[in-house]
Write a protein that binds this ligand. Structure first.
Ligand SMILES: [Zn+2]
Ligand SMILES: [Zn+2]
Length: 259
């Protein structure tokens, strides 16, 4: 299995996962938080045509994740997977119900060479899900929008060889920064976004010897920096900051192969 990010942050998120077994391969797009044109351009940059995708999984209805998902899935006749709550928030009668697949927390979805395991997270959306992906050999965890990480979230991420982990903000930078108090309260709340310190704490709880690759994601451009996120996660992992990758808002990161 390998994965890459097409961009990560409040301006838009999309992650591409590919699993291959023999001559078959399965490609899943997780989130589509861009315009159709921009998403297509970013997919091409990763060497993927929309027609090569097998499905689109949407974690929740916020604009930086839903983006063009409905129009994109309609145009390319792709299965669109999301929770019932997310569908209630964004669904419309024009969308072909045959393409819709409702996901539930803790209910695995078989998708070609991939098994998708969604799980619920505390975030201020209707029914947000994050997920792990399994290809029989390796396991990848994706957690990009959550205000806090209770034990069931750490449990869902147990055994992953790679993690894409939200490091939204540095608490001091956010507290002392220019955001209005109501927005600061929302981001810092238990259903907002994960700070560097909270991400490091979650990482410490789900660390194990086979966890090789950690990518910091969904960084705030105003209230964080790649160096701060790297330092926090490296301290939790006991590695050098340079060994922690950071997903760039515009460029994401290039394909990363799981070992
Ligand atoms: Zn969100
Ligand atoms: Zn987001």
């Amino acid at each position: 299995m390998r994965f890459c990010s097409l961009g990560s942050g409040s301006a838009g998120n999309a992650t591409l996962i590919e699993a291959s077994q023999g001559i078959t391969s399965t490609r899943l797009l997780v989130d589509a938080g861009f315009s159709m044109r921009e998403l297509t351009r970013r997919l091409a940059r990763a060497g993927c045509e929309p027609a090569e995708l097998d499905a689109v999984f949407i974690t929740h209805e916020h604009g930086d994740h839903i983006g063009c998902a409905l129009a994109f899935a309609s145009r390319h006749r792709l299965p669109l997977i999301m929770s019932r709550g997310t569908w209630r928030a964004v669904g419309n009668a024009d969308f072909d119900p045959a393409l819709l697949r409702i996901a539930k927390g803790a209910e695995a979805i078989a998708l070609g060479d991939l098994e998708v395991r969604p799980f619920a997270v505390p975030h201020d959306a209707q029914e947000p899900l994050q997920l792990t992906l399994h290809d029989g050999a390796a396991r990848l965890g994706i957690v990009t929008d959550l205000g806090s990480a209770p034990d069931d979230v750490a449990g869902a991420l147990a055994g992953c060889q790679a993690l894409l982990l939200e490091c939204n903000h540095d608490v001091a930078l956010l507290r002392d920064g220019p955001y209005p108090p109501s927005l600061k309260k929302r981001i810092l709340g238990s259903h907002g976004h994960l700070s560097n310190a909270a991400a490091a704490d979650l990482l410490a709880r789900c660390q194990h010897p086979a966890l090789r690759d950690v990518v910091a994601a969904h960084l705030s451009e105003r209230n964080n920096s790649p160096a701060l996120a790297r330092d926090a996660l490296a301290a939790a992992l006991g590695c050098a900051p340079a060994d922690v990758r950071v997903a760039d808002p515009a460029l994401g990161f290039d394909w990363l192969q799981l070992h």
